[in-house]
Design a protein around this ligand. Sequence first.
Ligand code: NAD
Length: 508
Amino acid sequence: MQNSNHKKDKKALRINISAATQQFLDQSHQLLIDGVWVDSKANETIETCDPARNHVLANVAIASSKDVDQAVKAARKALKGPWSKLTHFERARLINRLAKLIELNTDLLTEIEVLDAGMSTNIARLTVSNIVEMLEYYAGAAQRIEGITTTSPRHLTDLSEALTYTLKEPVGVAGLIIPWNAPAISAMLKLAPALAAGCTVVLKPSEKAPLSSLLLGQLCLEAGIPAGVVNVVNGLGKVAGVALSTHSDVDKVSFTGSTETGRKIILAATGNLKKLSLELSGKTPVIVMPDADFDEVVPGIVNAAFFMQGQNSMAGSRLFIHESIHDELMDRVKFYTEQLVIGHGIDPATVIGPIISEQHCKKVISYIKTGIKEGATLLSGGKQLSGPGLYIQPTIFTDCTPEMTIVREEIFGPVMTVQKFSTLDIDKIAELANNTDYGLSGSVWTKDLAAAHALVARIRAGQVSINCHRAIGTNIPFGGYGQSGWGREYGQEGLNAYLETKAVTAKL
Ligand code: NAD
């Protein structure tokens, strides 16, 4: 459907889904604890919805703190069980088996992500192939987990002859807490390295999109991963999330979500000084220099801002354009944006899908109103489309200034803010980009590669791209500077986050 005629899309109510997906939706959705699917102790469930139709998909069990405790106990028991006796190669074989099973279930997992998280089919399919690749990568990495041999301590004078080496050991029971925006890949970014390291896990998906995590749990069992190694407890953040992050028998929490919740996780971890990995919010700068190639820049920066309708942590929501090209470029960006097809993600033509919930729609619309009130110019969009789904037009604000709320705060929706700059001084441009609490990502668009590399070196963010955006990959470390997080996922650094190092010295 085009941006302007959403009302014609009555088809969205009668989408075609596969028999396998329908069967998965129709089955019961319980908690996976110790290899068994169980109801929550309080017998509580929550509805999960397809935001593109505002339609209930399934009732899913939600865990109480007692259920979380059971799951942690199961993970602790499994850490001492047969799982701990497997060699790295045996673990790798199981991880590869899981990769194969997920690959065989690509269509099912894709459709579940589209329906439950409001992704478009193209993006969901890409994330599933990334999940398979990630499991294969970490299966390989598991085979290469190695310590070092090194010189022995000299200050122990009686150790004239000694041997020192290091062992890499699993950090233990890991609590994995993930958001709703890309749940399957978020889960796998934690699960794959945790399994490779030999940890056991309790995965808590977001209550707003829990289905793909349940499917992954089911596939882990089918792959032969021993009972209790992977436990999945859907639940509310304030109940299950709190229970997991405060639990005294959880060794590590890996959290992806908002900076606001990240702060609570840090406080929750103090009881037993859990190890923490935090992937948090962003407010990503996109810098367009005067010599940039418009044909590349226009689709590039529109995609940077509106990929997954801005519901992604790397959304290029703060655009900086040199004044000499600002007006012409923005005319083209506006035109291009207004052609984007809005609709249900199941339609392969869809580029802009739904906003996850009514509550989140209200939040995004309220930011748009604040932008207008604070004096930004609404160049395009700005409206919520009439139902049945939850859609907001891709929205562009020009004449923005650094102190505006829409420029400072993460909106996590389809809102691009544009600021003009007049200087060509690299340090000053970097200062504009760095004027934020966050530091997750950024991109620079120019034909002058020397200037690009100089600028990239000055931008304080964990992932910065030149003439492209969101250049993430299985083997490339990803994470935030500043209030965008602690630590890295992806690549070898992603595996290190689940390993402890033990140094051993033997007097000979
Ligand atoms: P959120 O912080 O509201 O929730 C994330 C998870 O934490 C959910 O599972 C939720 O149930 C749980 N939770 C909520 N309160 C909790 C508490 N007190 N204790 C423990 N757990 C709690 O975030 P969201 O709305 O689900 O996701 C959007 C946010 O995630 C955005 O800020 C986005 O930038 C961020 N995000 C970051 C990355 C990254 O890689 N840096 C990736 C995706 C999303």
